[in-house]
Design a protein around this ligand. Structure first.
Ligand SMILES: [Mg+2]
Length: 185
């Protein structure tokens, strides 16, 4: 069975939180910056749940904007996973209707992959062939650990308090790649 790497997009291949914050500031110009985001109820008192979801969807609908760029290491990160024999499944928590802008963005920036999965149930993908899960969401990483995969991702305020839960968090994709390739799983 091929070994699979399941790779998130937002806050894994690019700094989604910064783009998202710009949109949130248009709804409420006192919205706190991403450096303070520790939980998912960050919008409490700043905007409605609908506004919050609309802002997420707006970013996803405009994924292919010129100023929405991947992290500089993202291209080599994915290419290296493939070169090391991983089947790369990109899995993003976003509505399937944003597949086209997402595909255009991946292609435009040379981000290689084998499959693109867009849904709110990415943990359903985890199975015996899942070797590695790269994500910033602690809930996703915890499920990956339960599934026996290597779970790793970029370090952010919203995941740092979970860093002892069996997954490893790093400041950049190069460090994540080094950890994955050294683990030989
Ligand atoms: Mg993410």
């Amino acid at each position: 069975m091929a070994k699979t790497a399941i790779v998130d997009i937002d806050n894994t291949l690019w700094q989604f939180c910064d783009a998202f914050h710009v949109v949130l500031l248009k709804i409420n110009n006192t919205f706190p910056p991403p450096g303070t985001w520790k939980t998912w109820d960050i919008f409490d008192g700043y905007c409605s749940t609908d506004d919050f979801h609309d802002a997420i969807n707006w970013v996803h609908a405009h994924q292919d904007r010129d100023d929405f760029v991947p992290y500089p290491e993202a291209r080599n990160f994915l290419a290296s996973l493939k070169a090391n024999g991983y089947h790369v499944t990109i899995a993003s928590h976003r509505l399937p209707e944003y597949r086209e802008p997402t595909e255009r963005w991946l292609d435009r920036h040379g981000l290689v992959y084998d499959e693109l999965h867009l849904s709110h149930h990415k943990t359903d993908l985890f199975n015996a062939s899942t070797s590695v899960v790269i994500d910033d969401a602690p809930q996703v990483l915890e499920k990956a650990v339960e599934a026996g995969a290597i779970a790793t991702g970029l370090l952010f305020p919203w995941n740092m308090e979970y860093r002892d839960d069996g997954f490893k968090l790093y400041p950049n994709l190069n460090e994540i790649l080094k950890n994955i390739l050294n683990s030989k799983k």
